[in-house]
Write a protein that binds this ligand. Structure first.
Ligand code: NAD
Length: 282
């Protein structure tokens, strides 16, 4: 039964442990987030990935309190929205995140997008996150959607190596260069849209493997991520799928199957290109 599953943890570069499998709440309506998150907690998830941009941090906080599970047993990530890259704005926005969550800390706080073409340098933003980490109110800090040159600048110009880089990764966008750089530098890759928002699920190679081992193509894809060592947090509001996506630890893919899935790469993004994405809410 899913509830009995033990999710492996990964140790981040500052010693903090993160459950390798979590629940993502992107595009979940703020009014539905409490119930969706509560359902995930009931199934056994102990890691929730939200963001100020998603508008649903409050629902995540409500669900954790309503679940009766101790706050310390749930790993919560949130992210700095694009309009708040200046130092003072970032510090204020972080306070807003804690207020919305109703928590004194987050486990992980990320810069959501690097926005390399706007007039605020993400190195300034990263230094604000360093201040937040020093205050103890974020147990770990990291980035999202950073490309290799963006990561390199943080390594060259600041004193903190990001704990994670949360990037788009799935069988149609393997994103190997960014993953490999992270691996070299001690930055854990978190793979967002791990099933490409459902786009990979009818792929014939995945279907062949899934039929052969008696699992769904979603489970095969999520297991591929797990065996490659990335952190994932698939999203669903359908109870059956939430359970299915949690049920990844009683089977293993062969090395040949892992390689065959990796070979499906076609460099196809579902989301924006981090080098050019410059959306800042007004
Ligand atoms: P995903 O790859 O998790 O796919 C979600 C969609 O796939 C759902 O809407 C559902 O319709 C379908 N689905 C889920 N499980 C299924 C199953 N077992 N069978 C069939 N269909 C299924 O996509 P996502 O939500 O974009 O990504 C997951 C999480 O990653 C987000 O919730 C968010 O936390 C994070 N994320 C981060 C960024 C970023 O910029 N940092 C961007 C996108 C997503």
């Amino acid at each position: 039964m899913a509830r009995m599953t033990t999710v492996p943890s990964i140790t981040l570069n500052n010693g903090v442990e993160i459950p390798q499998l979590g629940f993502g709440v992107y595009q979940i309506d703020p009014d539905e987030t409490k119930d969706a998150t509560l359902a995930a907690l009931e199934v056994g998830y102990r890691h929730i990935d939200t963001a100020e941009m998603y508008g649903n941090e409050a629902g995540v906080g409500e669900a954790i309190r309503a679940s009766g599970i101790d706050r310390s047993e749930v790993f919560v990530t949130s992210k700095l929205n694009n309009g708040f890259h200046r130092r003072d704005d970032a510090l204020r926005a972080f306070d807003g995140t804690l207020d919305a969550l109703g928590s004194e800390y987050v486990d992980l706080f990320l810069i959501h997008w690097p926005l390399p073409t706007i007039d605020v340098d993400y190195v300034e933003t990263w230094k604000a996150l360093e201040e937040i980490a020093a205050s103890g109110r974020a147990k770990a800090i990291g980035v999202s959607n950073f490309q290799v040159p963006h990561l390199q600048r943080l390594l060259d110009e600041t004193g903190t190596v990001p704990a994670v880089n949360q990037i788009e990764v799935h069988p149609f966008l393997v994103n190997e260069e960014v993953r490999a750089f992270g691996q070299q530098k001690g930055i854990v890759t978190e793979a967002w849209s791990p099933i490409a928002q459902g786009k990979v699920l009818d792929d014939p190679a995945l279907t062949e493997i899934a039929e052969r081992i008696g699992k769904s193509t979603a489970q095969v894809t999520l297991r591929w991520h797990v065996q490659r060592g990335d952190v994932i947090f698939p999203k669903s509001v359908t109870r059956k799928r939430v359970e299915e996506n949690f049920d990844l630890f009683d089977f293993e893919l062969t090395d040949a199957d892992v390689a065959a899935i990796t070979a499906l790469d076609k460099g196809e993004r579902t989301g924006p290109d981090p080098d050019t994405f410059d959306y800042v809410p007004s």
